[in-house]
Write a protein that binds this ligand. Structure first.
Ligand SMILES: O=C[C@H](O)[C@H](O)COP(=O)(O)O
Ligand SMILES: C=C(OP(=O)(O)O)C(=O)O
Length: 350
């Protein structure tokens, strides 16, 4: 039964609410997965990749996990070309590294900006999630078909339901590590997840997040067929810390890594650390990632056992560009990246 609206104020509130939100139907996760299915062979491959990441995080595989690729994917053709090159390099270096491609489809923004292929594939600002979900899943499928393990940032918990079966490692970003919703999501994810330190450089939010993510939760959710459900999660035993610096201050030096290792152990957590060589650790200057990566690998070879991985932002071309009509092919439109040549030379030299 509709309740009568008593006052002018209540009527105004209702009409304001109506104009502030518009709903557009999307396929359910089950429908999209059925349209672009993962076959058994691919599902087994993703399972093997997730296990390989776990083995590195828990120390039974001494290789280094390298999560590398564009800051964001805005052009699927360039992302596929990058993936082809990366697969060749990953195979060549597989005795030392497990190379996972950053296939980032969602971008968290400090204020506003383009939020990624999934939200706005044509970058018109109008948003087209129907198309974005379809193109995102198709891209992940094509990259996985090449045999690559894939990494995303898990920004919307709903997006994981559409894409998660193709993801081998995921990150909770610096802006969302403190969010209970993201910690609950991680608790139910089937793949390892890295929590970044906060944007202020503090690691305690990520340590709290790892504890929460390892714990069972009950939370609101939507089933794969689109109905509201209570989701009960078991806790994710495969989380780790990602150091990315903060407020312009780096945290990949020996002292910071020792402090992080001790803090993780004191909290009873797996002392597995990935260093994000980009973001504040590179003061947003892509080429600095090279020195950061070299220094972190030096520490690892010198016996810093907690270091398990590196993250690099890299694309076909170096740097970044503003979005517009005259885009340079293979160059980032979000954060600056190393070029392919720089990336290959760096990884071969490490
Ligand atoms: O990694 C990408 C960016 O650092 C992150 O999305 C924030 O970007 P912004 O500060 O340009 O919004
Ligand atoms: C947004 C990212 O990182 P951070 O959360 O560390 O800013 C990223 O890796 O793309």
């Amino acid at each position: 039964m509709n309740m009568p609206l008593n006052t002018v104020g209540e009527r105004q509130m209702q009409s304001a609410a109506a104009t502030h939100r518009q709903e557009t139907a999307l396929p359910t996760p089950a429908e999209l997965r059925q349209r672009l299915p993962v076959d058994e062979r691919l599902a087994r491959q993703v399972g093997r990749h997730r296990q390989a990441v776990r083995d590195i995080l828990h120390g039974s595989d001494e290789r280094t996990l390298i999560v590398v690729g564009p800051c964001s994917v805005h052009d699927e053709v360039a992302a596929l070309e990058y993936g082809e090159k990366l697969k060749v390099l990953a195979d060549a270096l597989s005795d030392r590294f497990l190379i996972v491609m950053r296939a980032y489809l969602e971008k968290p923004r400090t204020t506003v900006g383009w939020k990624g292929l999934l939200y706005d594939p044509e970058r018109t600002g109008s948003g087209d999630l129907n198309e974005g979900l379809l193109r995102s899943r198709r891209l992940l499928l094509n990259l996985a078909e090449m045999g690559l393990p894939l990494a995303t940032e898990a920004l919307s918990p709903f997006a994981m339901d559409y894409l998660g079966d193709l993801v081998s490692w995921t990150a909770i970003g610096a802006r969302t590590t403190e969010s209970q919703i993201h910690r609950e999501m991680v608790s139910g994810l089937p793949m390892p997840a890295g929590f970044k330190n906060g944007t202020d450089g503090g690691i305690s939010v990520a340590i709290n997040a790892m504890q929460s993510g390892a714990h069972p939760h009950h939370h609101l959710g939507v089933s794969s067929h689109g109905t509201p459900v209570m989701v009960s999660t078991r806790g994710n035993p495969d989380t780790h810390l990602v150091l990315r610096g903060g407020r312009g201050i780096t945290n990949y030096d020996e002292q910071s890594i020792q402090h992080a290792t001790k803090s993780l152990s004191d909290a009873g957590l797996c002392a597995a650390i990935m260093v994000d060589c980009s973001h504040d650790n590179a003061c947003k200057q892509a080429e600095r990632q090279i020195d950061v990566a070299r220094e972190v690998m030096r520490q690892k070879h010198a016996g810093s056992a907690g270091i398990r991985g590196l993250m690099l932002e890299s694309f076909l071309e170096a740097g970044r560009q503003n979005d517009g009509d005259d885009l340079r092919y293979g160059c980032s439109i979000t954060d600056p990246c190393l070029s392919w040549d720089q990336t290959e030379a760096l990884l071969r030299s490490l």
